[in-house]
Ligand binder design. Structure first.
Ligand code: MEV
Length: 316
């Protein structure tokens, strides 16, 4: 039996613009997906345990119960099994990362599955090979565009600056508050929406991407030097630019303003693809409590995460 785990992520700065090669800064968080692989001669089974699910649907004609989170997890795990011609195995998946929320749950499931299979089947893949195969698989299942951000952060952990290349950066841990809307999002359709705006209005969207890239680059020394007030300003700038790209929603804005207003956060922005999912807020030295309360009062689900966590690893 082999067990591996991999972290979810927050994109601190630069989502969407990164799809066109502009720098974005992401970080691993202390929520993880775990995958157990064990021998099951003659069969191939996938078992999804606790996946932090929020929605179920019941088909009244077939009596079949399904949830987008379970179906997605199974899709991603089977894509990895297929890639490595795996057979005679039971694969069990569980995850602390809310699915379809912009927190990298599918990348974490792909990376953890690959790490477990790598050991169990003695595939001999390096960490770099796991990162690039995971990126390829995530992209194929999502049928489309996307940057290597989620799979790189999940594989290597810590902070990753992603543009046309991926660079690990050594930065201190931070406490960030996450606020989730009830609405799941579809990364692929949000990316398509932004990229079609870019084709239609290149003279407007390219400068927005460029400003977002400048924000990601400026954020690095601020995190290193613990200049959190300035970092908060950058989060607010980035949120405004994401709004301009059309990926904000009323629910996300309500959480962003709740965090900045009643919660007194230093800055707040959506994280990930937008169109639903989650936002992040940066607490002041007064701590996270008032932000957590403000987000819950604004009908969000709020929790604190730590940035800079460990990447994929085998568990004993
Ligand atoms: C999704 O978590 C972030 C996007 O920038 C897409 C990507 O980087 O693949 C919207």
């Amino acid at each position: 039996m082999t067990t591996a785990s991999a972290p979810g992520k927050v994109i601190l700065f630069g989502e969407h613009a990164v799809v066109s090669g502009t720098p974005a800064l992401g970080s691993a968080i202390n929520l993880r997906a775990r995958v157990i692989v064990e021998d099951l001669p003659g069969r191939l089974e996938i078992e999804a345990c606790n996946l932090m699910l929020r929605g179920f649907s019941l088909d009244l004609t077939t009596g079949r119960v399904s949830s987008p989170g379970v179906l997605d997890a199974i899709k991603y795990v089977s894509a990895v099994l297929k890639e490595f011609h795996a057979d005679g195995l039971r694969v069990k998946v569980d995850s602390d990362i809310p699915p379809a929320a912009g927190l990298g749950s599918s990348a974490a499931i792909v990376v953890a599955t690959m790490a477990a299979l790598n050991k169990h089947m003695s595939l001999g893949l390096s960490r770099e090979e796991i990162a690039s195969s995971s990126y390829k698989i995530e992209k194929t299942v999502q049928q489309g565009m996307g940057s290597p951000m989620d799979t790189a952060v999940s594989t290597f952990g810590g902070y990753q600056l992603v543009s046309e290349t991926v660079h690990g950066i050594d930065l201190p841990e931070m406490h960030i508050v996450v606020g989730c809307t009830e609405k799941e999002h579809n990364t692929r359709s949000e990316i398509q929406k932004v990229q079609s705006l870019r084709s239609r209005y290149p003279d407007i969207v390219e400068p927005i991407f460029c400003a977002i890239g400048a924000i990601s680059t400026r954020a690095v020394p601020l995190i290193r030097d613990n200049r959190l007030e300035e970092l908060g300003h950058l989060m607010n700038f980035n949120q405004g630019l994401l709004e301009a790209l059309g990926v904000g929603t009323r629910e996300l804005s309500e959480l962003v303003y709740a965090a900045r207003g009643a919660g007194h956060s230093l800055g707040a922005k959506l994280t990930g693809a937008g169109g639903g999912g989650c936002m992040i807020a940066l607490p002041s030295t007064a701590g996270s409590l008032s932000i957590l309360v403000a987000l819950e009062q604004a009908r969000g689900t709020a929790f604190e995460v730590k940035t800079g966590g460990a990447g994929m690893r085998l568990e004993t």
